[in-house]
Design a protein around this ligand. Structure first.
Ligand code: GTP
Ligand code: MG
Length: 136
């Protein structure tokens, strides 16, 4: 079994979509939310979280957006949950995301794409430590 880090981004919180998105995750058979926190993210944490994107043209606006309001951070555990939540989310660009996916149903802007989910086992371990350092 796997675990992954999910962030409901500031747009999801502002638009009142937290319950909707958490509901989709909760309803997947055998998955469980094992930690949950609402918090604001500072630049230092975002630089670590998005280290692979530092220096890219979209990095600064991404950090501005991700620190523009609180996010909801979740740990989700279950069968193939890393790939599974990415599938629920859909592709990065919400216009390219199919209806039925979270980004496809609710997004239009690449930056404001509602949800983050770890993209591999290595990313998941690294990101979980960053957001939930007390996790065993
Ligand atoms: P995350 O789960 O947030 O990491 O999204 P992702 O894995 O689907 O995308 P990626 O890690 O490549 O990029 C991180 C975030 O940066 C995306 O979710 C977007 O919000 C933003 N982003 C990525 N690529 C672009 C881009 O080409 N243009 C803009 N404006 N934003 C981008
Ligand atoms: Mg990513």
């Amino acid at each position: 079994t796997q675990r992954t880090l999910v962030l409901l981004k500031p747009d999801a919180v502002r638009r009142g979509l937290v319950g909707e998105v958490i509901g989709r995750i909760e309803r997947k058979a055998g998955w469980a939310i094992t930690a949950l926190e609402m918090r604001s993210l500072d630049r230092a944490l975002l630089e670590q979280h998005y280290g692979e994107h530092v220096g890219r043209p979209f990095y600064e606006p991404l950090v501005e957006f991700m620190s523009s309001g609180p996010v909801v951070a979740l740990v989700v555990e279950g069968e193939r949950v890393i790939e599974g939540v990415r599938q629920l989310a859909g592709p990065t660009d919400p216009i390219a995301a199919a209806p039925g996916s979270i980004r496809g149903d609710f997004g239009t802007i690449v930056r404001e794409n509602l949800i983050h989910a770890s993209d591999s086992e290595e990313s998941a371990e690294r990101e979980l430590k960053l957001f939930f350092p007390g996790l065993v």
